[in-house]
Each structure stands twice: as structure tokens, then as C-alpha cells.
Design a protein around this ligand. Structure first.
Ligand code: APR
Length: 235
């Protein structure tokens, strides 16, 4: 692959699958076990915050048992060695990209390791279980604490910055995402319309596959390190 200047990479749950993190829409995935309407909307949180907190507290506690895989490490290496900008836009709320060493990360759906106080708007670290009656360390009030995660019906974070970087890129790469959820699913069409090269690395064809200039199907732990080697060799 001709060596690109700046690269924007979108990752989804599939990049963390080989680290033992369940994806959402694969067979046996999270949404086959839990209804998203019961845990991932602002409406259900205002109705039953304890149920929503329990879902995210369990996923946050699970972070201790997982490790980054070869795909996460390959992307961190690409950021270190590539002579152009490498921006990692992730839909994932786990911290595996950080723990693999990536730095230039945009969490468009928020982070399990963060909390958000709806009373004062503070974004805080969450290193244990959260509950709505937790007192906010920023404003001293209880009652507003929620996971710092973007739910269905809410606007993802950092969208202006994401589009600015995407439209300035030479290459857009989508890794481990089904292309089922917008606005992330629309990035490939935006890139194409701007004449930017697009590549999909995914276990199987996704909803967006027909829009990519090139699509490679297989495991992220195999495809992503091979992709990084290719970029470094400028082949
Ligand atoms: N290697 C590469 N790709 C994989 C692997 C793997 N080992 N395992 C699974 N995949 C692919 C699947 O083929 C699928 O296309 O990862 C994709 C996972 O798709 P989803 O489960 O829909 O996850 P994602 O695309 O990240 O979902 C987007 O939806 O529910 C919301 O907020 C949630 O951020 C999430 C968003």
C-alpha cells in the first residue's frame, strides 16, 4: 500500500474480541443477552439507574481480566513509527488501546473508566462501582452520577474534531465494526466523497463493505499487524 500521510482509524468491538471482550451483534453478543433499551438509553437510566449502573459496573470490573491483543499493540506501534498523523477513533469504551500504548485516541462513545456528573457536567475518573447516589467530587452533590458513556439517542463525543481529522486524512481504515451504528458507520461514505482511500479490516463483510476501496476479512490480531508492516514498508 502506497505509504499514506495522515491516517484515521476507526475501531469497533471486533478489535477487542480476541482479548475476550464480547461484541454486540455477533452470535451470542451482548445485545443477544441484554436488551439495549434496558441498559443503554437516557430514558431507562432516569427510570432505573441501578439497573444501568449494574450493567456498566460489571463491564468496568471486567477490564481487570482482559489484556490488549496483537491488533491493539500494532496500532500503538503504527502511531509511534509512522511519519504522518495517526488518529485512533474508537467506538469502544474499554481501555485496551490506552493500555497497548496508543495516545492519540478519540473515544466517541465515552469510556468505562470515566464517570459523568449530570448535575455539574464534570467528567471524573471511575475506578470502581458507580451509583446515582454517589457524591460528585467536583460539585459535592449526589444524584447525578452516571457512566461517562454515550447512549442511544445521545450525540457521540468529539464529532467536529473527528470530521476535521477524517477529511484531512490520506487513508481511512475501519477495524472490527459491523457498520450498524451511525455516525461511525457513515465515516466511510464521508471519506469516499472526499476522495480519501478506504480500507476495511473485519472478521466478515460488514454493512459498509461495498463502500470500501478494499476490504480484507479475517481476525484483527492477524490483519492489523500485517497492515502495519505493509504501511511501514511502504508497499
Ligand atoms: N477480528 C476482527 N473483526 C471481528 C472479530 C475479530 N476477531 N470478531 C468480531 N469481529 C467483527 C464482527 O464481524 C462485526 O462486524 O466485529 C464487528 C462487531 O460488530 P458489533 O458487535 O456491531 O460492534 P460495533 O460495530 O463496535 O458496534 C458499534 O454499537 O451497540 C453500539 O455503542 C455500541 O460502540 C457500539 C456500536
Amino acid at each position: 500500500m502506497r505509504r499514506p500521510g495522515s491516517i484515521v482509524i476507526l475501531t469497533g468491538a471486533g478489535i477487542s474480541a480476541e482479548s475476550g471482550v464480547d461484541t454486540f451483534r455477533d452470535k451470542g453478543g451482548i445485545w443477544s443477552r441484554v436488551k439495549l433499551e434496558d441498559v443503554a438509553t437516557p430514558e431507562v437510566f432516569s427510570r432505573d439507574s441501578a439497573m444501568v449502573h449494574a450493567f456498566y459496573n460489571a463491564r468496568r470490573a471486567g477490564l481487570a481480566a482482559i489484556e490488549p491483543n496483537a491488533a491493539h499493540h500494532a496500532l500503538a506501534k503504527l502511531e509511534r513509527v509512522h511519519d504522518g498523523a495517526v488518529t485512533l477513533v474508537t467506538q469502544n469504551i474499554d481501555d485496551l488501546h490506552e493500555r497497548a500504548g496508543s495516545r492519540n485516541i478519540v473515544h466517541m462513545h465515552g469510556e468505562l473508566t470515566k464517570a459523568f456528573c449530570a448535575t455539574c457536567g464534570a467528567h471524573l475518573l471511575a475506578d470502581g462501582d458507580l451509583s446515582a447516589d454517589l457524591v460528585c467530587s467536583a460539585c459535592g452533590h449526589a444524584g447525578g452520577m452516571r457512566p461517562d458513556v454515550v447512549w442511544f439517542g445521545e450525540i457521540p463525543y468529539h464529532m467536529d474534531d473527528i470530521y476535521k481529522r477524517l477529511l484531512a486524512a490520506d487513508l481511512f481504515v475501519s477495524i472490527g465494526t459491523s457498520g450498524a451504528v451511525y455516525p461511525a458507520a457513515g465515516f466511510v461514505a464521508e471519506a469516499r466523497a472526499a476522495g480519501i482511500r478506504t480500507l476495511e479490516l473485519n472478521l466478515e463483510p460488514s454493512d459498509g463493505t461495498p463502500l470500501f476501496d478494499e476490504a480484507r476479512h479475517g481476525k484483527a490480531s492477524v490483519l492489523v499487524p500485517a497492515f502495519v508492516t505493509e504501511i511501514r514498508a511502504g508497499i
